[in-house]
Write a protein that binds this ligand. Sequence first.
Ligand SMILES: C=C1C[C@]23C[C@@]1(O)CC[C@H]2[C@@]12CC[C@H](O)[C@@](C)(C(=O)O1)[C@H]2[C@@H]3C(=O)O
Ligand code: AKG
Ligand code: FE2
Length: 336
Amino acid sequence: MVVLAKGELEQIALPAAEPPPADVRSVDLSAPAGPAREAAARALVAACEEHGFFRVTGHGVPARLVRAAEAAAAGFFARPQGEKEEEGPTLGYGSKRIGGNGDLGWVEYLLLGGTPAAAPSSALLPCAAAPSPSAPAGPLRDLLDEYTVAVRRMACAVLELMAEGLGIAGGAGDAVLARLVARADSDCMLRVNHYPPRPALNPSLTGFGEHTDPQIISVLRANGTSGLEIALRDGAWASVPPDGDAFFVNVGDTLQVLTNGRFRSVRHRVVVNSEKSRVSMVFFGGPPPGERLGPLPQLLGDGGRSRYRDFTWSEFKTSGCRTRLAEDRLSRFEKK
Ligand SMILES: C=C1C[C@]23C[C@@]1(O)CC[C@H]2[C@@]12CC[C@H](O)[C@@](C)(C(=O)O1)[C@H]2[C@@H]3C(=O)O
Ligand SMILES: O=C(O)CCC(=O)C(=O)O
Ligand SMILES: [Fe+2]
């Protein structure tokens, strides 16, 4: 349940009009080596340049795992508020407050370190309720861990195809982009969001306010309920048609930097105007804390100028956690 205090509803109320549907490109991860894979890699690069957002097909994540994880999460959110809060520390449970700087949404969520079975480091989750490392896992956590392993593998496959499309794939085992998310100390997370139906007689509400994701990529799915919107290049909002079987990928701020601004970190938000609950599961693929990040030299070209100064992931994350959700977290790393 999301309970709002007096005055909070006004902060998250939105005009009711739903924007037009976005033209979301699909990328087939299972395309066989040769012309089909080359076409998929080209489509992926074009989507990252245009919207910073695309749908993935042929992803290989078992449907039964997706359904089981989603049903278990929905079961958790249906429990009495007291029980959810009691279990909060083990699962990173939060309600309506997003981050620590005053952002509110019509949402409750779980936020978990995404390196399954590893003790989540609270140093890497400075703005979230970090799950307690000593707590027993439990069946829900086990399922979400299994889901995270599968989606993380898919995120790495997406990054490999991306590197091919960019012409920077290098030799076998090089994995210039995928290695950043695949390492044991990569700072990955899983967030499960539950948006209860809009209360009767209320206007549309902000479920999750507009923002870009700070990481490299985010892999998202939801239970076939509308609400996700992306900002197009001209700033206009477009709604993402609901699709309970698809995975969607967001380009994050860090990938925008690695590509020196060629790829676009997509601004997105969730609007709640439906009578149906929305449950989304979002995997955030981030690099190891000490990794130095900046535009990849292979993408600068001869005499190309880097648009960003280098930083470590922990530096970026620490500075990002001090920002409000809608802020531009990259501007302070742009070179003048
Ligand atoms: C307001 C905030 C919430 C957030 C940390 C921040 O200070 C700014 C970035 C936010 C965001 C957006 C994407 C993910 O949902 C998230 C976990 C992340 O890595 O950055 C959230 C952060 C959060 O909820 O703590
Ligand atoms: O719930 C969604 O569909 C999107 C949530 C989101 O953008 C996030 O958790 O960062
Ligand atoms: Fe997001």
